[in-house]
Design a protein around this ligand. Structure first.
Ligand code: F6P
Length: 527
């Protein structure tokens, strides 16, 4: 049996504080030392990616300390508990089974009398068959014409992950002539969102995918009505244009007004649901079931790597441990994810939810307050755009923000131009390596305004090209990193009570059950 203990009760955690000042990043990343580190401090990830942590404030001693922490915290044993079907989500008393949607690492997991791997695979097959029929014109609109656009209606985990994955592969699929349908997403309850999407598509040839695990999310149900209204105004029957993705126990599951329904269950957290039917339906429709299956294969390969006890063979665990070292020992409050890949433009937004909704907690998995910092503030934008935006603070601001770069040798489309002796892709890659060194090594200058202190840590995930497998691997890497960090902080990373209070108050405002400042603020909007 594993022991669930707070981070500050572990002796190996306290031992890390003695190593705190051991690495001067500026000197270890300069000259030949730096070259050696770049070669040595790299760990292979699944599907051709590599995690390079040379520009982090760690050395072999710190790494040994982190390995000891991983052991004392029983990280891989806790992971095994999770994939073998223990009740890891203590707050909601649920199993945590998203890894089962893309592979099987341990025992058969039987819950509610059902083999869960078989259930998830059956839903994948159902989505694949449905998508193939739509592509073949066997499922059409009422006029017998093919659907050309898939529109996902959902919010949070029912939007961010699937949207990030679609955007990540849209141009790759076009370049490889495999894009089956265009995908669009409606999420915000702001009517301008739904109106803008509806205004940009051919509604009569659009298939809407209503996605809500709970089937009760106000924004999603409102947008469903918005879309149904638009369909009816065009003389179209919403039941011919809409499918649902939900859990079998949700109120939506009982509704017959859909062309088809696909299911996930309570054991798949919203932010971990991209590889369940939540992502599977839209991605199978847009990219095709075969490409979606390749994303799942990439994620499964990465899940398998995360079972390794050796931190140098387990990039997700290593990344997690370094992150906790930075947060709790070095005291950095934030972190940024900076993909040098336009295709990953929504990936930081997905990680904002995945990370901050999972580990933004002040009580441990037993509901007791913790005496240490937990999840950092996470933000990000693609490079090089970010360089012309918030990098000023990252380079010269008073806070040190550890950075997570992601970059690929090749672009997805292949079309490029040589300007001033280099392609755009080479310019992109040149920028990311330049940034790593600028952050780590800084620059002396007598003019303090032009002085770069350096010593600012980063890591980079490097791959050949962003494709379905490497994308799946990337998705799972971060899911597993967040899980290992949750284990270290002794949190329940799989509930999200912190989002409930706002929902409750919004309901009161709409019901006019307000007083005091809540009423005064509502009056400003004439609600
Ligand atoms: O409000 C937060 C949240 O519960 C997320 O965790 C979830 O991803 C999102 O809302 C959407 O939930 P649902 O899929 O049930 O509509």
């Amino acid at each position: 049996m594993v022991q669930w203990k707070n981070l500050d009760t572990l002796s190996t955690y306290h031992a890390l504080f003695d190593l705190k000042e051991s690495v001067d990043l500026k000197s270890v990343m300069s000259g030949e030392n730096g070259a050696k580190r770049v070669a040595e401090y790299s760990v292979p990830m699944a599907c051709g990616l590599a995690y390079n942590f040379a520009p982090k404030q760690v050395d072999d001693k710190v790494l040994d300390g982190l390995a000891a922490l991983a052991e004392e915290a029983e990280l891989t044993d806790k992971y095994a508990e999770l994939y073998n079907g223990a009740v890891i989500n203590t707050g909601e008393k649920r199993l945590v089974l998203h890894q089962l949607t893309r592979g099987q690492l341990g025992n058969d997991v039987i819950a509610d009398g059902v083999n869960k791997r078989e259930f998830y695979v059956s839903q994948q097959k159902k989505a694949a068959e449905f998508a193939r029929k739509v592509h073949a014109g066997e499922i059409t609109n009422a006029a017998g014409e093919k659907f050309t656009t898939a529109v996902q209606i959902g919010i949070g985990g029912s939007d961010l992950g699937p949207r990030a994955l679609y955007i990540a592969l849209e141009n790759w699929a076009k370049a490889n002539n495999t894009l089956k349908m265009e995908a669009k997403f409606i999420s915000n309850v702001d009517p301008d969102d739904a109106a803008a999407v509806l205004g940009s598509i051919d509604v009569a040839h659009s298939l809407f995918i209503l996605v809500s695990k709970s089937g009760t999310t106000l924004e999603t149900l409102t947008n469903e009505s918005f879309v149904k209204d638009a369909l009816e105004k065009l003389g179209l029957d919403p039941a011919d244009h809409m499918v649902a993705v939900t859990s079998e126990t949700s109120p939506l599951a009982k509704n017959s007004g859909y062309l088809a329904a696909f299911f996930m269950d309570d054991y798949i957290g919203g932010r971990y649901s991209s590889t369940s039917a939540v992502g599977g339906v839209v991605l199978s429709l847009a990219l095709g079931p075969d490409i979606y299956a390749r994303i799942l294969d990439g994620a499964a390969a990465s899940d398998k790597l995360a079972t390794n006890k050796d931190i140098r063979k387990n990039p997700a665990m290593l990344d997690a441990l370094i992150g906790v070292y930075e947060r709790n020992v070095l005291g950095y409050p934030a972190t940024a994810v900076l993909p040098y890949s336009q295709a990953l433009s929504r990936f930081p937004a997905h990680l904002q939810q995945a990370d901050m909704e999972s580990n933004g907690k002040s009580v441990n998995r037993f509901g007791e307050p913790v005496n240490y910092q937990t999840g950092p503030v996470l933000f990000g934008e693609p490079g090089t755009n970010g360089q012309h935006s918030f990098y000023q603070l990252l380079h010269q601001g008073t806070s040190i923000v550890p950075l997570q770069f992601i970059g690929f040798k090749d672009s997805q489309i292949g079309t490029d131009v040589v300007i001033e002796g280099s392609t755009s892709q080479k310019k992109l890659c040149a920028n990311v390596v330049a940034q790593i060194i600028a952050f780590a090594c800084g620059k002396d200058d007598d003019d303090k305004n032009k002085y770069f202190e350096g010593g600012r840590p980063s890591s980079i995930i490097i791959g050949e090209q962003l494709n379905p497998e490497s994308l799946g691997s990337l998705l799972s890497h971060f899911e597993n990193k967040i899980m290992f960090q949750g284990f270290l902080w002794n949190l329940n990373s799989f509930d999200q009570e912190g989002v409930q209070l706002g929902k409750l108050l919004a309901k009161r405002v709409l019901a006019h059950e307000t007083d005091g400042a809540l009423k005064a603020l509502a009056d400003l909007f004439e609600i």
